[in-house]
Design a protein around this ligand. Sequence first.
Ligand SMILES: [Zn+2]
Length: 673
Amino acid sequence: MAESIEKRVAKLRDELNRHSYLYYVLAKPEISDQQFDKLLRELADLEEMHPECKSPDSPTQRVGGQPIEGFRQVTHAVPMMSIDNTYDEEDVRAFDERVRKGLGGESICYVLEPKVDGVASSLRYENGVLVLVATRGDGRVGDDISAQARTIQSVPLRLHDGGDLPKVLEVRGEIYMNTADFQRLNKERAAAGLDVFMNPRNLTTGTLKQLDPKITAQRKLRFVSHGVGQVEPMLTESYWQWLTLLKSWRLPVNEHTTYAKDVEEVLATIKSFEEVRGKLPFQTDGIVIKVDAFKQRARLGVTSKSPRWVIAYKYAAEQAQTVIREVDWQVGKGGTLTPVARMEPVFVAGTMVSNASLHNIEQIRRLDLHVGDTIVLEKAGEVIPYVRQAVPEKRPKGAKPIEPPKKCPSCGSKVEKEEGTPYIRCVNPDCPAQFLERLKWFCGRKQMDLENVGDKLVDQLVAKGLVKTFADLYRLKKEDLLELERMGEKSAQNVIDAIEGSRTCGLDRLLAGLGIPHVGNRIAYVLASSFGSLDALCQASVEELLAVNEIGPGIADSVHSFCHNKAGQHVITELKSVGIDPQMEVVKPAAEGSDSARPLAGQTVVVTGTLPTLGRTEVEEMIVKLGGKAAGSVSKKTSFVVAGESAGSKLDKAKALGVAVLTEAEFLKKIGK
Ligand SMILES: [Zn+2]
């Protein structure tokens, strides 16, 4: 290889690493995203043309490699111990006294760092190259999350070498997510009908558990250093100096880290940080206080559980008191009524809060909530406001306990209790509130995907009486839209275009959009590919529905009743009247007899997790076409399992039962593709 190319590659890598550090760690970019991408592309092109230049520590290798089968366990060279918590000033003073006594009255300096709430992990570098990332686990043994952590932009794949890199360097720290990224992801998940995460820590854990690093790569995790593992040779005597070294190697260090000469300074920092912490881009519920000098740390030693030279001060969960003005019962698309407390607006943990879900009537009774009650609202690590308790001494005279409505607040129909759950629901199929929610669902990204028809527009369309059924969407004219608030010529046209564009959408998406109980995207696909049209589905008996793989009695009843009740039939007739009647090819097994065409005849196959290139349903189609049966759950009768990322419990079960597990590649080989 020409030396000049080698040099150019090395230079590009160093430049890209430096710009990543400026951007992701220091938040002080020197070049634009486009310029960065240009450099990255140049490097990728060079590596493509000169494969001998390729290297796992290249900045081109961050996008996420192949999914892994599962997490390998690794033993930490130096255990990762947990830290004791304290909650008040007295405890901090007692800690300082213990430390001073342990050191025979020597003077001590402390380093204070914000406690970042994420997943504690260890990064191991050998000769400057990242070789292993592991979670803390139980402190002794953790999970190898190298594939996932390599996608985190602030984790250097290669350290910047100022000529002083230790041969072995283990830096401990926290993998976490910023609050803004957390909220954005939750919003996207909610819009896609997925569960939301309670706090950034849960989401970080969930993201690192993804077997497919490509998913981790999309979620914008971050890393911040906060500790020392195995280091050979050790170059410094104190943690404060250590942090300076980390920075010189371009490892991220928390910029709010400070130094304190004695316990009074420690307490002053704890106080002043309380003001700051709510304004930081990440969530922090405390401060970690560490003895600075490594020699002193060694002399203090460890207890069975935690080091004696460190303690975490945790702030009390941020709480605020406010008053419940009233409780609204919100009607969901399936008719479930959820109580929402409307409160006097109050500032808590950085935001103004005036609504909080009370979840269900059992929760209300447990807290003994009355209208007019003063309540304690909490938003600790949790981003979602939570009603902790009522303050009964502040209860106004004659306050009434909160009772569930007997009638639907939207349509006035009788409400019923859902068997076996603490929920109540409106059972009127024509309930306007339910329709509104169903219409929002229908337009959603995973259903009809009407990009320009958001919740606010749906509210207006229904309020003005322009849309009374799904089909009415397809009858809208541009003139109708122009009468709406803030609707210009161009946006009106975009809405019309989006609606027209959805005419070609598949039967599976339409079925998912109808909001039939128990019919999500997956089941909608199964139904669509088994019946092929709305007509065929409506003619199916419960038995015929049950004969379809994956359709159980609950789903079969639900679909059958939708197709045979007046409201469901009306929905379908209306859609057909505006030309929405998609057809789909029914997936049929290859003809009997020709064994070569049916290599999977008699075999039951379970597909689980996300596969590298094929969709799960695509693989299931192949299985059926090749004479096999695609099943939803693993049993002793399962012939084999095709597993991808996040395979979870089905994979575990297959392993426990000794059922063969194939990767996508192995499966394709098996069927001769
Ligand atoms: Zn209702």
